[in-house]
Write a protein of this length. Structure first.
Length: 116
């Protein structure tokens, strides 16, 4: 499962802080002072929400994705979730492939070093 942090990463939103509640550069108004907050968890419950205290933009991770990707209409959330799942799966597959390649490189280096 993915969360608003994963969506921010996929959309290339610049983080200013880290954690379960983190500030970002607002993708709507461009504020760089940390007025936009993303919240993954609130009071022990999954939140996946955002709010910009400068321009007032707010919503959940599907609203964020749909608005920034220009997805409109009555089925915008259905479309957004399908597209997000696809992008997350592709990103996860690419990350897994890179990790496997890196581990293979380390193994190869170790094998060569032990023969020396």
């Amino acid at each position: 499962m993915f969360n608003i942090s994963d969506v921010a990463n996929l959309l290339g939103i610049k983080r200013l802080t880290e954690g379960n509640s983190f500030n970002v550069v607002c993708p709507f108004c461009g504020d760089t002072r940390g007025k936009m907050n993303f919240r993954i968890v609130k009071d022990g419950e999954l939140a996946n929400t955002y709010h910009c205290f400068k321009c007032g933009a707010h919503g959940n991770m599907l609203t964020l994705y749909a608005d920034l990707m220009g997805i409109c209409g009555v089925d915008r959330y259905k479309i957004a979730i399908v597209k997000l799942r696809r992008r997350c799966m592709r990103a996860l597959a690419a990350e897994t492939a890179m990790t496997a390649a890196s581990q293979n490189d380390d193994t190869d280096r170790g094998g060569r070093n032990s023969k020396s």
